[in-house]
Design a protein around this ligand. Structure first.
Ligand SMILES: [Zn+2]
Length: 364
């Protein structure tokens, strides 16, 4: 298996290491969390050891981010840490990371419009929908670098590469047009998909094999016919994040009716059932046709991963890669995957499957 990603472009920016959320507040308790900077180092080491070639993520400016995200979210993420610090939250009150405490839900607003609020600590919950997605010094630099990595990988595929991999950290598929959460801030996969469309791809498919439903990506493209979203994930109906969305009857709306496909799976399903789900996604994408694919490549469905109960093996990931790689040019965007001991080999396995199926000569 090693060596089968030889020459694969791995798009990377060292700023992706700067985000240190310092854990997460989960069910009211500050825990160490699993979205650690070491995830990126482990992935970089494993891919380069297997022969992949590091390519620098190029700055793309705010334009491609605003094609997907609301300007208010970008402004919030770009400035919230400085304003948090200026407000004395870390130094005076010991609040060392940005954490929301009040959320303007439909019930709180009671039908009234969302107004700007005066207090910095009151503003956070208007954008961040959970308590596990903290912001600290360096977070924005990492978020920008991850988006630039996805955009550079999309550029490579637009220029004719058959496969490119973006080593994005933090991940992105839980971030919506104007919201963030689930350890995600900007939606790297959606940003790549929109860039592929702008560069001329008529139809783009996002295939999401992260263990969790990509609620942000689904929401961003839910009413669009030009980008279809297909996801296999642990059933939110069985009690798993993101709880409220990711069900099989969410099929898209308006122009996007029929362009959204969710395959929720039971906890404990293992390789065969998970791969059947991936096959269902691939068959749907083949039916619709796609000029380019974005893969939300989370490897947290693996048996050793602490964040899901799906029990997929490295061989299962390689076979999923083969199914996906046969569909067309692939921009792979890193999402979840939290078991530091196996993370690298799982991503190498998936990418080797994509490369093996997709081309005999992927890069000059
Ligand atoms: Zn996940």
């Amino acid at each position: 298996m090693t060596g089968s990603v030889a020459g694969l472009p791995v798009v990377w920016h060292p700023d992706c290491l700067r985000h240190e959320p310092a854990g997460e507040v989960w069910l009211g308790v500050w825990e160490t969390g699993t979205e650690l900077p070491q995830r990126a180092s482990v992935l970089l080491d494993a891919l380069t050891a297997a022969g992949a070639v590091v390519t620098a993520a190029e700055p793309h400016g705010l334009g491609p981010l605003l094609a997907v995200h609301d300007a208010g979210l970008i402004e919030h993420l770009a400035t919230i840490w400085q304003r948090w610090e200026a407000g004395g939250y870390p130094a005076k009150y010991g609040r060392t990371r940005v954490v929301p405490y009040v959320f303007p839900t439909a019930g709180l607003l009671g039908g009234l419009p969302l107004r700007p609020v005066a207090a910095v600590h009151g503003e956070v919950g208007a954008f961040c929908y959970d308590t596990m997605t903290l912001v600290g010094p360096g977070s924005w630099e990492s978020v920008r670098a991850a988006a630039d990595a996805a955009l550079t990988a999309a550029d490579l595929v637009t220029a004719g590469k058959r496969v490119a991999y973006a080593l994005c950290r933090p991940p992105g598929h839980h971030a919506g047009r104007a919201s963030y959460g689930g350890s995600c801030y900007l939606n790297n996969a959606a940003i790549a998909a929109a860039a592929l469309r702008s560069a001329g791809a008529g139809q783009v498919a996002v295939i999401d094999i992260d263990a969790h439903h990509g609620n942000g990506t689904q929401a961003i493209f839910y009413n669009r016919a030009d980008v279809c979203y297909a996801s296999v994930h642990v059933d939110p109906g069985a009690g798993w994040f993101p709880h409220y969305v990711g069900h099989a009857d969410e099929r898209g709306t308006g122009d996007g009716d029929g362009a959204n496909l969710n395959v929720p799976l039971a906890p404990g399903i293992g390789d065969d059932g998970w791969l059947a789900g991936v096959s269902t996604l691939c068959a749907a994408v083949r039916r619709r046709g796609a000029d380019a694919l974005v893969v939300s490549l989370g490897v947290d469905a693996a048996a050793a991963d602490p964040e899901s109960p799906l029990l997929v093996s490295a061989d299962g990931y390689r076979r999923a890669g083969e199914l996906i790689g046969a569909l067309g040019p692939v921009v792979a965007v890193q999402e979840g995957g939290y078991d530091l001991a196996s993370l690298g080999s799982l991503v190498v396995a998936t990418m080797s499957g994509i490369v093996a199926a997709g081309c005999t000569r992927c890069w000059p």
